[in-house]
Design a protein. Structure first.
Length: 133
């Protein structure tokens, strides 16, 4: 078994594509339009599955905002230098409706360096410093 993708619902598909590709450096892998079913999809990621997990961005026609609830946690992305990544994406994220919501620093009770960025729909993305990223 392997993880293929994670689906998140978004309020503006192009805005989300721009955020994930321009801020987080993912590639737009493919899109699907389903006007009869009233939704469109965009798959983004750092490579295609099954070798790489993808993020499926789902836009349901006429819905521009979702209540994220208390069950969702975050996506996690490994980066070689969390502070440098935050510095590089801060302005671009803000321009596209996102924000750095936890500045770089060690995880509480540990030494792993992390930060959090929030996308335009409020989804949290954890940046984890990893030498192999």
């Amino acid at each position: 078994m392997n993880l293929l993708h994670t689906m998140i619902r978004v309020g503006n598909l192009q805005r989300s594509i721009d955020f994930y590709t321009q801020v987080l450096g993912m590639s737009l892998l493919r899109t699907t339009e389903r006007p009869d079913q009233k939704y469109d999809l965009a798959f983004v990621g750092y490579g295609r599955n099954p070798a790489h997990a993808e993020v499926e961005l789902t836009y349901n026609y006429g819905v521009d905002k979702y209540d994220l609830g208390s069950g969702y946690g975050h996506l996690a992305i490994g980066v070689p230098d969390v502070a440098a990544t935050c510095a590089a994406v801060r302005d671009k994220a803000a321009a596209l409706g996102g924000a750095i919501t936890r500045e770089p620093g060690p995880v509480k009770g540990g030494t792993t360096v992390i930060a959090f960025i929030t996308d335009p729909d409020g989804y949290k993305i954890e940046l984890i410093e990893r030498a192999d990223a």
